[in-house]
Design a protein around this ligand. Structure first.
Ligand code: GAP
Length: 454
C-alpha cells in the first residue's frame, strides 16, 4: 500500500492543544506570568493519560517479560558521566543568529523556519536577513551543586535517562539475577535546551522519556535490533495508533548519533507531517566502554565461560510525544442528530476515565443513590466519574471529549429491574445490562483487543 502523505482526520495541533486546555489535559506553564516558551503543566486528565501511557509501557516492558528489570536513576549525576558519554563535547545543534531580527535558528532546519521580519520567507531569504555563521550550541542545562558557584560545581540536568542505566550496569548485574540478553527499563524526566521547541508537546525543553537498554552478546545485536523495532511498532498499533500513520525509517549514515551503529525511527504521520515518534538504536558497546575508560570500573559481562562487553539495543520514546500521537490519532469530529460532537477515540486502556456513571434525572434521589453506589464500587477497580449536572446529552458530550469509552446511565427502569444502559463512546450504541455485572463486564472489556475505528 502506498504511504500516506497527509494526515487523515480532523485533528490539527491547534485543535488538539485547544481541547487539552479546555478539558484540563495540558495548560501552558506559569500562565498567569505569561508562560515560559514551550513548557507545559499537565491537568487532571493529562495526568491520568500520562499515567496510563507509562503504565502500558511498563506493563509490556517489565511486567509481561522475564528478561527486564526496572531502574529510577538521579536527574543530576556526577558531571563526569556526561564527559564520558560524549554529551559535554558533542550534544549540540548548529545554530545561526539573525543580527536583524535577533532570532536564533537551527542551521540544519532553516528550510522549516520562518524569517522574523517576513514570516512568509525562510531565514536568509530576505534582503534584510543577516545570518551569522553556524555555531555549536550545547543543549544541556547547566546548574551548580553545593554552595559555591564555580567551574568545579557545574553539573547538568540529564538530557537522556539512558546514561543513568549504563552507569548502574555493575550494580544491577551484581545484585539481580540477570544475564544477557536482558534489559533495564526506566521512565523519568530529561531536559534539553532546544533551540527551536514547538508544535505543542512535540518538542519541549522538559519532558519525560521511557527508555530501555537491552544488553546482548555482540553477535546477536542485529537480530535483537530488528526484534525491538517490531515490538515497538506493535506496542503503538496495539494501543490504537493507525498502522497507516506509522512507518519505520532507517537513519542514513550521516544522520547517526555519535554513539549509534544503526538507528531506525518509528515515525508518526502527525498533522505537521511525518516526524520521529520513537528511536530504536543499536548503540554497540560505545557507552559501556566509555564509562569503563572514564570511571576506571570495568563494565562487562562475566559468565562461566565467557567475558565480553555487551552491545546495547535501545528503544527510546518521549511520554509527551506519545501523548500527542495518541491524541492526534484519537481526535475526531462528527455530526450526530444534527449536533456536532468532538470525540477522543482513545484505546480504553489509555482513556483517562474508563466509565461515567450518570443518573438520568439528577434530582431523583432514588436514581442518585443507585448511581452513587455503582460509582463507588467501580472506582475501586478503575478510574470512574459520577456526574448528575446538566442534561444527559451534554454530560455524554463532555465524556466524549475526554475519551471516556463507556457511560452507565441509571433511569426509571433501573429502579424497576436492576438494569442500566451501557453507552459505547464510538458506536453510540446503547444496551441494557444488569447493574450487578457492570463492573466485571467493563473489566473484561479492558482486557480485550480493541480496534481504533469500528
Ligand atoms: N537515549 C536516546 C535518546 O534520547 P532521542 O532520539 O534524542 O534519543 C528519544 O530521544 C525520544 O525522546 C524521541 O524519539 C522523542 O520521542 C523524545 N524526545 C526527544 N527530545 C524531545 C523533546 N525535546 N521534546 C519531547 N520529546 C523529545
Amino acid at each position: 500500500m502506498a504511504e500516506l502523505e497527509k494526515f487523515e482526520g480532523p485533528a490539527t495541533i491547534e485543535k488538539v492543544a485547544s481541547l487539552c486546555r479546555r478539558r484540563a489535559f495540558v495548560f501552558p506553564t506559569s500562565d498567569i506570568y505569561g508562560g515560559l516558551g514551550s513548557s507545559f503543566d499537565f491537568g487532571h486528565y493529562g495526568v491520568l493519560l500520562n499515567q496510563n501511557i507509562k503504565g502500558e509501557w511498563q506493563r509490556s516492558m517489565i511486567q509481561e517479560r522475564d528478561d527486564m528489570v526496572a531502574l529510577d536513576s538521579a536527574v543530576i549525576m556526577n558531571p563526569q558521566v556526561w564527559v564520558a558519554s560524549g554529551h559535554v563535547e558533542g550534544f549540540s545543534d548548529p545554530m545561526v543568529d539573525c543580527r536583524t531580527c535577533k532570532l536564533r535558528f537551527r542551521a540544519d532546519q532553516l528550510d522549516q523556519s520562518n524569517c522574523g521580519k517576513r514570516p512568509s520567507k525562510r531565514p536568509g531569504e530576505d534582503a534584510q536577513c543577516d545570518l551569522t555563521e553556524p555555531r555549536h550550541f550545547n543543549l544541556m542545562f547547566e546548574t551548580h551543586v553545593g554552595a559555591l558557584r564555580d567551574d568545579a560545581s557545574v553539573a547538568y540536568l540529564r538530557p537522556e535517562t539512558a546514561q543513568g542505566i549504563f552507569v548502574n550496569f555493575k550494580n544491577v548485574t551484581s545484585s539481580l539475577r540477570v544475564k544477557p540478553p536482558f534489559g533495564i527499563a526506566q521512565i523519568g524526566k530529561s531536559f534539553r535546551n532546544e533551540i527551536t521547541p514547538g508544535n505543542f508537546l512535540f518538542r519541549v525543553r522538559e519532558f519525560e522519556q521511557m527508555e530501555m537498554e537491552f544488553f546482548v552478546p555482540p553477535a546477536d545485536a542485529d537480530s535483537w535490533h530488528q526484534y525491538w523495532i517490531e515490538q515497538r511498532v506493535s506496542w503503538h498499533t496495539g494501543l490504537g495508533v493507525r498502522p497507516s500513520h506509522l512507518r519505520v525509517r532507517k537513519h542514513e549514515a550521516d544522520e547517526l548519533s555519535h554513539y549509534s551503529l544503526a538507528t531506525s525511527d518509528l515515525e508518526y504521520l502527525f498533522p505537521i507531517g511525518w516526524q520521529e515518534l520513537e528511536g530504536v538504536a543499536n548503540r554497540g558497546d560505545y557507552d559501556l566502554r566509555q564509562h569503563s575508560q572514564h570511571s576506571g570500573t570495568t563494565l562487562e559481562w562475566i559468565g562461566h565461560e565467557e567475558r565480553y562487553v555487551p552491545y546495547v539495543i535501545e528503544p527510546a520514546l518521549g511520554v509527551g510525544r506519545a501523548f500527542l500521537t495518541f491524541l492526534c490519532d484519537a481526535y475526531d469530529e462528527e455530526v450526530v442528530a444534527d449536533r456536532p460532537r468532538t470525540v477522543l477515540r482513545l484505546h480504553p486502556r489509555l482513556a483517562p476515565v474508563k466509565a461515567a456513571v450518570l443518573p438520568l434525572i439528577g434530582k431523583d434521589t432514588a436514581m442518585v443513590e443507585q448511581a452513587r453506589g455503582l460509582y463507588v464500587d467501580l472506582r475501586k477497580s478503575m478510574s470512574a466519574e459520577y456526574d448528575d449536572a446538566a442534561a444527559i446529552g451534554k454530560r455524554y458530550r463532555r465524556q466524549d471529549e475526554i475519551g471516556t469509552p463507556w457511560a452507565l446511565t441509571i433511569d426509571e427502569q433501573t429502579l424497576a429491574d436492576g438494569t442500566v444502559t451501557l453507552r459505547d463512546r464510538d458506536t453510540l450504541q446503547q444496551e441494557r445490562i444488569p447493574i450487578d455485572g457492570a463492573k466485571q463486564l467493563l473489566l473484561d472489556k479492558l482486557e480485550q483487543p480493541w480496534l481504533p475505528r469500528t
